[in-house]
Design a protein around this ligand. Structure first.
Ligand code: HEM
Length: 149
């Protein structure tokens, strides 16, 4: 009985592993750097003009938004399984540590996600892939949050 259970566990592991290996990386599902490039431009365009996102935008005060956008594009390229552009230029992302200087609570996190959701809707990315990305982004906003509200 134990042997049967072990064999079925091994088969299940083999199946999930194979599925993961055969699946296209997120970078390709999105459509590569061209799509990331426009997504992030739209994201920052929304953040800098939509009053709903004003607290999130305020954390960028004094920053050159074109530079912030480039950093996010480079990061997303590597994070989705494409070229590791951020790592090559800036080193390890250490996202939590790099966000410490900014006041980021749940409100700022929600506003970040709001802008990303809107930018994704303007992109050619398939709805189910958008959903997958948003779920991952929601986890990331929790990671960089450094205060309650
Ligand atoms: C939760 C709300 C967030 C706020 C308020 C926020 C705010 C900021 C600010 C103010 C900067 C500095 C920009 C600059 O140096 O030009 C920054 C940098 C950055 N953020 Fe965020 N961020 C948030 C969430 C995220 C998330 C979810 C990601 C990733 C998916 C992300 C990725 C980055 C990256 C890669 C950088 C560049 C880090 C560096 O090189 O210094 N941020 N963010």
């Amino acid at each position: 009985m134990n042997i049967l259970r072990k064999i079925s566990q091994k088969l299940l592991h083999f199946k999930t592993d194979l599925k993961r290996r055969l699946e296209k990386p997120m970078y390709d599902k999105i459509g590569g750097f061209e799509v990331i490039d426009k997504l992030v431009d739209d994201f920052y365009q929304i953040m800098s003009t939509d009053p709903v996102a004003e607290d999130c935008f305020a954390t960028h005060s004094g920053k050159d938004i074109r530079e912030s956008a480039e950093k996010l594009k480079f990061f997303l390229s590597g994070w989705t399984g494409g070229p590791q552009l951020y790592l090559e230029k800036y080193g390890h992302p250490r996202l939590r540590a790099r966000h410490f200087p900014f006041k980021i609570g749940a409100k700022e996190g929600d506003q970040w996600l709001y802008c990303m959701r809107k930018a994704l809707l303007q992109s050619p990315i398939k709805p189910e892939v958008q959903e997958e990305l948003l779920n991952a982004f929601a986890g990331m906003t929790k990671l960089v949050q450094n205060r309650e509200s």
